[in-house]
Design a protein around this ligand. Structure first.
Ligand SMILES: NC(=O)c1ccc[n+]([C@@H]2O[C@H](COP(=O)([O-])OP(=O)(O)OC[C@H]3O[C@@H](n4cnc5c(N)ncnc54)[C@H](O)[C@@H]3O)[C@@H](O)[C@H]2O)c1
Length: 342
């Protein structure tokens, strides 16, 4: 049995509580404590919702768990094996490192940290720690995206000729997301999902060419990046939250292989369509659920088996923050930037 404490009960803390509630029926995990500075949130009186249908649905029984105001108190609780850090990004490093030093297993929401330097500090602390640690890079576990990773690795349809990703939304609102110093702008908070997935598929690029602008925060809120690789002709991602109110959320990719085109669209009834020469276009059958519960189930398996996570390492998560910083340097300089993380 893994006893979990969740710190930070905004949209992501609530999303993780959903996932633990579903996984608890397997009998191997239970939430024993939550922490939030906001009393209404830690008692469940007010509950944050999600931005994707089916996310953060609520229904968690707050009365059945310990409620801490102070994250440090939750970390010091001997009953807890796994500390789940769903705090605003600038607080990730402090509390993740504290939990690792206390001997806990630690799950940390993405982005791993506010800066690449802090992200590396977490990775270094995890390297010396007794517990296991993972960053919740949910796209690496998302149905339809794991399919793409397998198709690219196995060259099922030949090599990739072009891959384009798009993740755009209207701004979610709220103090954390309006403060560029805290959230890092749309480029760090939202677009990093695709930055990380591009690295997951193709490794760190040689260079990036990015264009973008600020709109809601004083950081880059909307970006288009071309990732330069010697062996993949075209890799592009657009991300940001500068769309007008009411636009909603779009999460899409189009990948051209030598012998097929794959199109993912989260808004479609058949999210993954495959087009192959000489065949009818067809929907690919995907497992249910979202990346959140799959990532948590995977990390719980790692903890049970005592094996460090391989599907996403802390070094990966830190390298993705570094790559986002390279993209920001390209936007700011107007130039193609060689990737530091290479
Ligand atoms: N994986 C994803 O798709 C995804 C989506 C949204 C957000 N996120 C990430 O999740 C993290 C949290 O985002 P959110 O939208 O849930 O934020 P949020 O601001 O809605 O919630 C954060 C909560 O943490 C609490 N808090 C802040 N400091 C605290 C402290 N020291 N001790 C205890 N509680 C404290 C706040 O009171 C708040 O309730 C961010 O890093 C964000 O980038 C990930």
């Amino acid at each position: 049995m893994t006893n979990v404490g969740v710190i930070g009960l905004g949209m992501m803390g609530m999303t993780h509580l959903d996932a633990y509630t579903r996984l608890a029926s397997g009998g191997d995990v239970r939430v024993v404590a939550v922490a939030d500075l906001d009393e209404a949130r830690r008692t469940g009186k007010t509950q944050a919702g999600g931005n994707i249908e089916g996310q953060a649905k609520g229904g968690f029984d707050f009365g059945s768990v310990k409620q801490y105001a102070d994250a440090a108190e939750l970390i010091a609780d001997d009953e807890i094996d796994l500390v789940d850090v769903c705090l605003p990004t600038p607080a990730h490093a402090k509390f993740a490192i504290q939990a690792l030093e206390a001997g806990k297993h630690v799950l940390i929401e993405k982005p791993l940290a506010r800066t690449a330097e802090q992200a590396q500090q977490i990775a270094d602390a995890a390297g010396k720690a007794k517990g296991l640690a993972m960053c919740a890079m949910c796209m690496r576990f998302w149905p339809g995206w794991t399919w793409l990773k397998d198709a690219v690795d196995d060259q099922t349809y030949g090599k990739v000729r072009a891959a384009t990703f798009r993740r755009v939304a209207n701004h979610p609102g709220g103090a954390f997301y309006e403060d560029g110093d805290a959230c890092g702008g749309g480029v760090l908070d939202l677009h990093i999902h695709d930055t990380d997935f591009v690295r997951h598929l193709f490794g760190t690029p040689d260079a990036v060419t990015s264009r973008g602008y600020s709109q809601i925060t004083d950081k880059v809120d909307h970006v288009v990046t071309q990732y330069h690789y010697a062996d993949v002709p075209l890799v592009v991602a657009e991300g940001g939250w500068a769309m007008s109110a009411g636009f909603g959320f779009k999460m899409q990719y189009t990948v051209n292989f030598e012998r097929a085109t794959a199109v993912f669209d989260i808004g479609s009834e058949t999210p993954l369509m495959l087009y192959e020469p000489g065949k009818e276009a067809h929907a690919v059958k995907l497992p249910g659920g979202m990346g959140y519960e799959h990532e948590i189930a995977y990390f719980l398996d790692c903890i049970r088996d005592g094996t460090p996570p391989r599907r996403v390492t802390l070094e990966d998560a830190a390298a993705s923050v570094r790559l986002v910083e390279d993209e920001v340097r390209s936007v700011e300089s107007g130039k193609t930037v060689a990737c530091r993380s290479k």
